[in-house]
Ligand binder design. Structure first.
Ligand code: ZN
Ligand code: ZN
Length: 373
């Protein structure tokens, strides 16, 4: 069976093994990992990341299968705090009464202090990128459950593992390493499916890629982090998106991506390509201005209507996000039919200037609304 087919299987309630004492569950488009021996005692294992909103009961059922009905983790560790990795964290932290650990530079987004830098929907060329304007980016507040990862590099509840900073995709992004067999939990420092493409994200086709383009605001740091992981030459890796990979395929893929990072991973254009978002211990300090061209906005308008339905199934939480989605859906439904013909004829750009400027305005408003922190 191919990696992707076996991986989609992990979308049930039964976790799949990546390596001994490391298993994972695929939650629609994102992976949730479990570190611990089968049947580990109560407080004897660690959960890495928490999926999309609505995944708490699946994660609980998977944990019960792995570790026993009443078994609670010692800790939840977050590779980073993007919405697709923290969906169930509130519910699980509360129900299990368990600490949630993240890097200190990620804590502003987990303790209500700062929104993430706005996504760049116009990089990567896929519907997932376009949909990223609809993704929640407001901070959550874990309150007393939020903790800074231990400074000595240890991973709470997971002896034999250590965490390293792998920033770039997010300011306090981390990866987890097990030196005894060079196994890696990489979060979104790299991915093993083309996450910008909705089709690939849903079919989870196996390919090594850089971090998801639309959500990565610092490409120089992302490159250094990827090099660090490539140099480690992992024997097995599970990322936030895509199937686990092993052996030469993984190592060769990482080496290639590391040496060709600026052409293979860094977007060819876009808001953060040459200018990173500036962040510090309090969150976002400054971001480069959005870049919106008429042609890209036309393409965005065509794709975004179809993307709305998927975006809502992936989950939005706050009312502002829903209002923005409704506005864009309304506007794109007035523009999409004729524009589709124009695009098929190859002369779409500029053909319906009124609709295009309306969409451009909407997208700009979305972007500036996201900017308003
Ligand atoms: Zn992410
Ligand atoms: Zn992700």
């Amino acid at each position: 069976m191919s990696d992707s087919v076996m991986h989609r299987d992990a979308n049930g309630d039964t976790p799949k093994y990546v390596a001994p004492e490391l298993s994972y569950l695929l939650d629609r488009i994102v992976n949730v990992c479990f570190i611990g021996a089968p049947g580990a005692a109560d407080r004897g294992w660690t959960l890495i990341d928490c999926g999309l909103p609505g995944s708490a009961s699946r994660i609980r059922r998977a944990a019960a299968r792995l570790f026993g009905e009443e078994s609670r983790p010692a800790a939840i560790v977050l590779t980073h705090g993007h919405f697709d990795h923290i969906g169930a964290v509130h519910t699980l932290a509360h129900e299990w009464d368990v600490p949630v650990y993240a890097h200190e530079l990620e804590l502003p987004y987990l303790t209500g202090q700062s929104s993430y830098p706005p996504p760049d929907p116009l990089v990567g060329g896929g519907a997932m990128s376009l949909m990223s304007v609809l993704f929640p980016k407001r901070p959550i507040d874990l309150g007393r459950h939020a903790h800074e990862l231990p400074a000595d590099g240890s991973v709470p509840g997971a002896p034999g593992w250590r965490w390293i900073p792998t920033p770039g995709h997010s300011p306090g992004h981390i990866s987890l390493l097990r030196d005894s067999d060079r196994t890696v939990v990489a979060g979104d420092a790299f991915t093993t499916t083309k996450q910008e493409s909705l089709i690939a994200a849903l079919t989870q086709r196996a390919e090594i890629h850089g971090p998801p383009m639309y959500f990565t605001p610092d490409w120089d740091r992302a490159r250094a982090s990827l090099k660090h992981l490539a140099d480690y030459a992992p024997t097995a890796a599970i990322t936030g998106h895509g199937p686990p990979l092993r052996g030469e395929r993984l190592q060769d893929g990482l080496r290639y991506l590391s040496t060709h990072f600026d052409v293979a991973a860094r977007p060819a254009h876009g808001r953060y390509r040459d200018h990173a978002a500036i962040t510090d211990g309090s969150g976002v300090v400054d971001v480069p201005p959005p870049q919106v061209s008429t042609r890209t906005v036309l393409l965005a308008g065509l794709a975004i209507g179809a993307a709305i339905a998927v975006a809502s199934s992936i989950g939005r939480r706050d009312e502002d996000e829903e209002r923005r989605a409704d506005e864009i859906a309304r506007l794109s439904s007035t523009a999409s039919d004729d524009d589709a013909h124009d695009a098929a004829d190859g002369n779409g750009a500029g053909a319906r200037a009124g609709d295009v400027s309306l969409l451009a305005q909407t997208l700009n408003e979305s972007v500036s609304e996201i900017d308003a922190r």
